[in-house]
Design a protein around this ligand. Structure first.
Ligand code: ATP
Ligand code: MG
Ligand code: MG
Ligand code: MG
Length: 565
């Protein structure tokens, strides 16, 4: 590919609306451009990386015996009504009507569509096990689209669905996908963990998430430093807060760790949370510590008034908009047991809110203001609050200590059981001719999110450092001076040879200053670079630079090419 004829619109300045590094770098490297909130154009360079990852996913799905198909992104409401999710899914489901007033949605996931196909096509136990996958565009009207491709509204997902005759066969299908996922993320060179997870709105009996470790991750993970235990903090086994009889004021040390005695300590603790090295877990609400901190703080925050002016029940189902409307600020809290998806949103808010509280909190020992347990709120509600703390003994082996991480959820495997097959009546005839319900599993990978997560883990101050398997090009050939005919001819020859050898090469033939070329090449993160200049050529040599290590080798031309190959 000739750089001068290609399209890589790099940008020097860091875009102000991009919070995380991968988003900033994907914009700066000219990989993506925003069309609307959470909706992006994939520019040529970005698309190449996306395709690279898709191909890895395809190879491993095929290897695991899954079969590729493609389902429509527009789905009829009837199927969602049949599964019960039309009313359950909430606003993330983008709904619309066609000209005949028929109701439809943009598919956020495809359990209904695939189960509908299967109930028509699968009749006999002989047709199973079978597993179908697709790589396709999903739409979820996310409440807070952000971080570029990481949390888009329109995004590419690989989703797979397995169908088995019984529960133990379904376990085998699950395990095959689990192993395929490990291979996929290992092939990309990512530092990740497979963690026990909640099955959320998809439902089902158990699941694992694949988490790329990164400080910018939206999820918390607890893992044992000695056994294989690892779990999403929302799912982790947690210790309860000591119970408190109604009417008794909670001394601070009862909710937090023993050395936490003042609001400043809590502030430090919460700030730690915001820094994402420790994550407290509050079952169901995600906000208990925050509430506690507020209730204990000797300060006048909106949230305290909110609690006093509204009963818990009224704010129990509060959404982000509710909180904004009531408090005028995104700092809010919820009672326990909101809808799961809302809870997740609130948990995000709470982490941000915590940092703010930490800033504003005063130094006094704490007590409740106008918050009399049993009168203003019920202590029983807090019985659900639990916490996970780094350094605690591992709940599984009791020997190791818990470590805590931030992670980006790049993949998720679910054992669905018969949730959808029962709802949609997907059955088969067993060997005795008896009708049985099909057992299902489903398996998702965020394609764009994984590429973004790879950048999150692989970059420096100069730009992206692509792992070779995801790099849009393996190598670039930089001609130092495009006006020098000798240099251009030699560089062109090297380029042609590399292409012939099957190396995906970008030939930087632009008439630009070397500084500009080096900056761009660093930014877009091509793993290997050959620099061709007149000085080197005089000795028959070229410079080979490894993006990751910064290592520069001055090598004879042929040797340089051999190195790259
Ligand atoms: P999250 O918890 O981040 O909202 P999810 O649990 O809702 O994700 P799943 O339903 O498990 O997502 O979908 C499978 C995979 O699709 C996820 O593991 C993730 O990699 C990807 N994914 C989900 N939502 C998005 C999104 N808004 N943008 C990009 N990728 C996404
Ligand atoms: Mg989601
Ligand atoms: Mg999730
Ligand atoms: Mg998930």
């Amino acid at each position: 590919m000739l750089y001068s004829r290609y399209f890589i619109p790099t940008v020097k300045e860091t875009p102000s609306d991009a919070e995380v590094v991968s988003h900033q770098l994907m914009l700066r490297a000219g990989m993506i451009r925003k069309l609307a909130a959470g909706i992006y154009n994939y520019l040529p360079l970005g698309l190449r990386s996306i395709r690279k990852f898709e191909n890895i996913v395809r190879e491993e799905m095929d290897r695991a015996g899954a079969i590729e198909l493609l389902m429509p992104s527009v789905q009829p409401a009837e199927l969602w009504q049949e599964s019960g999710r039309w009313s359950f899914y909430g606003k993330e489901l983008l709904r619309f009507k066609d000209r005949k007033e028929g109701e439809f949605c943009m598919g956020p996931t495809h359990e209904e569509v695939i189960t509908d196909m299967i109930r028509r096509e699968i009749k006999s136990y002989r047709q199973m096990p079978i597993n179908f996958y697709q790589i396709q565009t999903k739409f979820r009207d996310e409440i807070r689209p952000r971080f570029g491709l990481m949390r888009g509204r329109e995004f590419i997902m690989k989703d797979a669905y397995s169908f088995d005759v019984d529960s133990s066969a379904a376990d085998e299908s699950y395990d095959r996908m689990y192993q395929a996922y490990i291979r996929i993320f290992e092939r990309c060179g990512l530092n990740f963990r497979a963690v026990e997870a909640d099955s959320g709105t998809i439902g089902g009996s158990f699941s694992h998430e694949f988490m790329v470790l990164a400080d910018s991750g939206e999820d918390g993970i607890a893992s044992c430093d000695s056994c294989r235990y690892a779990a999403n903090v929302e799912k982790a086994e947690a210790r309860p807060l000591p119970s408190v009889p109604a009417g008794e004021l909670l001394p601070l040390e009862k909710i937090a760790t023993p050395d936490m005695k003042t609001i400043a300590d809590v502030a430090a603790f919460l700030k730690l949370t915001a820094d994402k090295t420790v994550k407290t877990l509050v079952y169901a609400s995600g906000s208990g510590d925050f509430v506690m901190a507020l209730l204990r703080g000797d300060h006048e925050l909106n949230e305290i008034k909110l609690k006093n002016s509204l009963g818990w029940d009224e704010i129990e189902m509060a959404t982000e908009e509710d909180i904004l409307r009531i408090t005028g600020s995104p700092i809010g809290f919820l009672g326990p047991l909101g809808l799961k998806e809302k809870v997740t949103v609130i948990a995000d808010l709470v982490v941000e809110g915590m940092a703010n509280v930490a800033m504003g909190a005063n130094e006094k020992d704490m007590h409740f203001i106008n918050a009399n347990p049993g009168r203003d709120f019920s202590v029983e509600r807090f019985a659900d609050i639990r916490m996970v703390v780094a350094g605690d003994a591992c709940p599984r082996c009791q020997e190791g200590k818990l470590e805590m991480w931030r992670g980006i959820e790049v993949g998720h495997v679910f054992k669905l059981g018969t949730k959808y097959s029962t709802a949609l009546n997907a059955t088969y005839l067993d060997a005795d001719g008896k009708e049985q319900v099909i057992f299902m599993g489903c398996y998702g990978i965020g394609i764009g999110r994984t590429v973004a997560a790879a950048i999150e883990q692989n970059h420096d101050e100069n730009g992206i450092i692509f792992p070779l398997p995801l790099a849009p090009f393996h190598c670039s050939v930089v001609a130092l001076n495009a006006k020098d005919g000798g240099v251009m001819a030699a560089a062109g020859e090297i380029y042609a040879k590399l292409v012939q050898l099957g190396v995906e090469t970008l030939f930087d033939d632009r008439d630009e200053r070397p500084g500009v070329k080096f900056k761009d090449n660093d930014l877009i993160g091509i793993p290997l670079r050959i620099v061709v200049g007149s000085k080197g050529l005089a000795e028959g040599k070229v410079e080979v630079k490894i993006r990751k290590t910064g290592e520069v080798l001055l090598l004879p031309v042929e040797e340089g090419i051999a190195r790259i190959k």
